[in-house]
Ligand binder design. Structure first.
Ligand code: GTP
Length: 238
């Protein structure tokens, strides 16, 4: 069996990934499949930070078109990420793993507050850390959160789970001529305006020389497979 290519990573799981075949909310079998993958990865000796999105419950950008200001929408989206993190934490523990939710927005009755040193302590004790509440600020995405936290906790890479097997030149669901990239630089990803992550996230990754690995979470054991250096993925690096 191949050794994991990184000993510490931050995995970004979108809210939509938890929706599975449903149009909204959390699909329990999908949640359990993702949790089992994360626990198998943890059992390889990989220390895991997990950033969860909130788009399955609430999309800030969409409601801003309907009259709720973007700022308020983003705050509501941050709360949605906490709900997802708590659900994933529960599923990880049910699958035999160990996990703690830490929110960037203080809500002590609900979960711990994100503090870098405390997150490092959890990671050192082989607990996954679920990084909820985004960066704690509106106008920043959970992709940016994933890169920021990865840099903070000394992760070797960000693993960005999507519903396609890498980065394409155009949306492969809409454009049959879309070409899949094996490797890209951060600069190329920014210049080509590739939509897989926002420019703030790519720029922060470029500045910190943080590799981003984009892969599909639809496959079972997808995270474990990527960390064993197998499976289809696009690697963005300097
Ligand atoms: P160490 O092994 O020393 O890191 O301790 P610990 O994290 O097990 O102990 P601690 O007393 O910090 O936490 C015990 C439990 O309380 C854990 O389930 C924590 O997640 C939880 N906990 C700690 N701080 C908070 C908080 O601010 N809010 C909430 N809701 N739970 C918390």
């Amino acid at each position: 069996m191949a050794e994991p290519i990184y000993r510490r990573v931050v995995v970004k799981v979108s809210g939509e990934a938890l929706m599975g075949p449903d149009g909204f909310g959390i699909n329990q079998p999908t949640l359990e499949r993702i949790a089992a993958d994360l626990v198998a990865t943890q059992n390889l000796g990989v220390s895991l930070g997990i950033v969860v999105g909130g788009g399955n419950i609430f999309r800030g950008v969409q409601v801003s078109e309907k009259g709720i200001p973007r700022l308020t929408g983003d705050l509501m989206g941050m709360l949605a990420t906490v709900m997802n993190a708590l659900a994933l934490e529960t599923a990880i523990e049910a699958a035999g793993g160990s996990a703690r939710t830490m929110s960037a927005v203080t809500m002590p009755e609900i979960c711990e507050t994100y503090e870098r040193r405390r997150a490092l302590r959890h990671l050192g004790k082989n607990r996954m850390v679920l990084l909820a509440g985004g960066t704690g600020n509106p106008f920043f995405t959970t992709d940016t959160t994933a890169v920021l936290r990865a840099a903070e906790v000394g992760a070797g890479a960000v693993l960005k789970a999507t519903d396609v097997d890498g980065i394409y030149s155009a949306d492969p669901k809409k454009d049959q001529k879309a070409v899949r990239y094996e490797r890209l630089t951060h600069q190329e990803a920014i210049e080509r305006n590739l939509k897989v992550m926002d420019a703030t996230a790519f720029a922060l990754a470029r500045e910190n020389r943080m590799p981003i690995i984009v892969f599909s979470i639809r496959e079972s054991r997808a995270v474990e497979t990527v960390l064993r250096g197998r499976g289809r993925a696009t690697v963005v690096n300097s």
